[in-house]
Design a protein around this ligand. Structure first.
Ligand code: FEO
Ligand code: CA
Ligand code: CA
Ligand code: CA
Length: 606
């Protein structure tokens, strides 16, 4: 590595320069189309979207707000017919209603119910135009909205736990809805795993919980204060911790949706632990078990791995889907420790590489619980699954710079994690720098890769290194896998990751700290082009870039919260995607390469 070579397949395109345009900007020779926007029809009978006259009944059948994870599940060998599965992470009410209709201090019951219906997931069937490359949504029996009112089955070792029982659900096994679904993953058996992330923000009155044990647990998960921003607690007591303290414990899980069975009850998987799950992605172990990787996205939180007890059955038949989903109910939950191999004095906070030329080292997976067995002193297995953060605190895992999406590379077998940023590390912060998190004021984030010992996802040992230390390549505290820095695109705040068929890593960003819009970037991870970051697209003003999906024929991204920098809908800063004086709408976009003679080209292939 370190000597530029020829562009590798999948990344041969002209990089998009950093910009602040209110548009999705793509490379020369490519084309784009909006696939589905907030408010577009998902289920049959959905009324036409009307920004000024929205209702909860309409929203429950329409595409939800703030699209994040995007999964594309082919229904035929050519990928013409696909199921598109999208998360709707959170709501921003001041942008969802006309300014003269929405009083943040006094939302109406209907407005609150609209917000509940705008959460969750959407499943739609799509057709890819074999000539143009665009993706089109079609009415179908698969089309489905999952909202904060959809019943979920709680499964695994904490199902029925005393910590999950509420007055509305004395069984502790049935939860209404999912929220703050951030990133996710498509499983090898064709279902979708989705992480419930910043769930604390919707619960009121944590400060009124007087029991010291319950109060400490809430605090460790970020539940604090009295009234919430959204005031949902006025219309359903489950959002009021003073009345229903256990409702908090029913969120913060990995959920599984089976888009191939529109009548299926979605699942909350308790064996994967409870924290601010960014996402969950699967790799099959050498002996055929299922490993699931997940980051806890908050400053100084941890990276986790689950390894199932039972073995995977290949295929995506209804039988295989049921069998493989059940594997996530029993196994071992681990937390990661990353140890550097350079002297601590060489990790000096400047971001400069240590003398051995890399931020790297070894690591181990520390077991927390396995079935009903606890590995943590002072914690029952039940407590470990429900209060995973506090159990993990006892075993000295590595405090990371906000672990976001984690994804196994299908070509080289290594695992890749985005660490988005951390403004609080360093002498004044909660932890000093370490080799895996080497910058004290990490505004731009980094990308970590590791090899499980023997290439086996079941291994409890690994070796790791930083692939990218992100930021402005002109500054000394950045690193691009050894690639010449004068040839790369600036990149800041990596969030979601994906791989193309060639094994190139694709990174979408959230919160660009370099003064330009967020976007999607490709980077080869092996050979002479390792570290050659190139920007493929940028998203409109105020938006973060989510998704992404990269196939031979198209790239899909979610444009989340365009125009979010405006204080309300009175003066929008973005008019994307509809243009003119319209309000911005979170939407999915497909991008493809225009080929010769009207044929669709291949992404990143000249
Ligand atoms: Fe919802 Fe960690 O991004
Ligand atoms: Ca080193
Ligand atoms: Ca994310
Ligand atoms: Ca994000």
């Amino acid at each position: 590595p370190g000597r530029p070579g020829r562009p590798v397949p999948g990344t041969d395109f002209e990089a998009v320069p950093p910009n602040k345009l209110d548009a999705v900007t793509i490379p020369e020779g490519y084309d784009q189309r909006v696939v589905i926007r907030w408010g577009d029809a998902v289920e049959a009978g959905a009324p036409k979207f009307d920004f000024a006259k929205q209702t909860a009944a309409a929203q429950a059948k329409q595409f939800g707000y703030n699209c994040d994870f995007v999964g594309l599940i082919p229904q035929d060998p050519l990928g013409i017919r696909n199921l598109l599965v999208v998360n709707h992470e959170y709501t921003t009410e001041v942008h969802m209603f006309p300014a003269d209709q929405y009083d943040p201090a006094n939302p109406t019951e209907e407005q609150v119910k609209i917000a509940w219906a705008a959460h969750g997931l959407s499943v739609v069937q799509t057709f890819r135009d074999p000539i143009g490359g665009a993706l089109h949504v079609t009415p179908s029996r698969y089309n489905r909205r999952i909202t904060l009112n959809t019943p979920f089955e709680v499964r695994g070792p904490a199902a029925g736990s005393k910590f999950l029982k509420t007055s509305a659900d004395p069984s502790g096994r049935k939860v209404l809805g999912t929220q703050n679904n951030c990133a996710g993953g498509v499983t090898p058996w064709g279902t979708v795993l989705s992480g419930e992330e910043n769930v604390n923000q919707y619960f009121a009155n944590a400060d009124k919980v007087t029991d010291p044990v319950a109060s400490a647990r809430l605090k460790r998960y970020g539940f604090s204060g009295t009234a919430t921003t959204r005031k949902w607690e006025r219309y359903d007591k489950r959002w009021d911790l003073a009345q229903e303290p256990n409702e908090a414990n029913r969120f913060g899980w990995v959920v599984e949706i089976d888009p191939n069975d529109p009548n299926s009850t979605p699942v909350k998987h308790t064996a994967l632990g409870r924290f601010k799950h960014e996402a969950a992605n699967v790799k099959i172990t050498k002996d055929g078990r299922v490993a699931v990787y997940s980051g806890d996205d908050e400053r100084f939180e941890y990276i986790y791995k689950f390894v199932s007890k039972g073995k995977y059955k290949p295929g995506d038949s209804a039988h295989a889907r049921r069998h493989n989903s059940a594997l996530l109910d029993e196994g071992t939950l681990y937390v990661g420790r990353f140890t550097g191999d350079s002297p601590a004095a060489e990790i000096d906070g400047t971001g400069k590489l240590p003398a051995d030329g890399e931020f790297d080292g070894v690591g181990e997976w520390i077991p927390l619980a396995s079935g009903t067995k606890s590995f943590v002193d002072g914690f029952t297995a039940e407590e470990i699954y429900v209060f995973t953060r506090q159990a993990a605190d006892k075993v000295q895992p590595t405090k990371m710079d906000r672990p976001e999406d984690i994804q196994p590379n299908p070509v080289n077998g290594r695992i890749y994690a985005a660490l988005t940023n951390n403004s609080q590390r360093g002498p004044a912060g909660k932890a000093n720098v370490d080799e895996a998190n080497p910058r004290p004021n990490n505004r731009n984030g980094h990308i970590l890769e590791w090899d499980e010992e023997g290439g086996d996802a079941a291994s409890t040992k690994f070796s790791w290194r930083l692939l990218l230390v992100c930021g402005d390549p002109k500054t000394a505290d950045t690193y691009f896998g050894g690639f010449p820095k004068d040839q790369v695109s600036p990149i800041s705040c990596p969030d979601n990751v994906a791989f193309d068929r060639h094994g190139n890593l694709w990174i979408s960003t959230d919160g660009n700290a370099l003064g330009a819009n967020d976007g999607l970037f490709s980077v080869p991870v092996d050979g002479p082009e390792r570290g050659h970051v190139k920007q493929f697209l940028s998203v409109p003003v105020g938006a973060e870039c989510c998704g992404p999906v990269v196939t031979d024929h198209l790239v899909l991204v979610a444009v989340q919260h365009p125009g979010e920098d405006a204080p309300s809908s009175a003066n929008p800063t973005s008019h994307w995607p509809d243009g003119g004086a319209t309000q911005p709408r979170p939407s999915i976009v497909s991008v493809w390469k225009k080929g010769r003679w009207g044929q669709v080209g291949r992404i990143g292939v000249k």
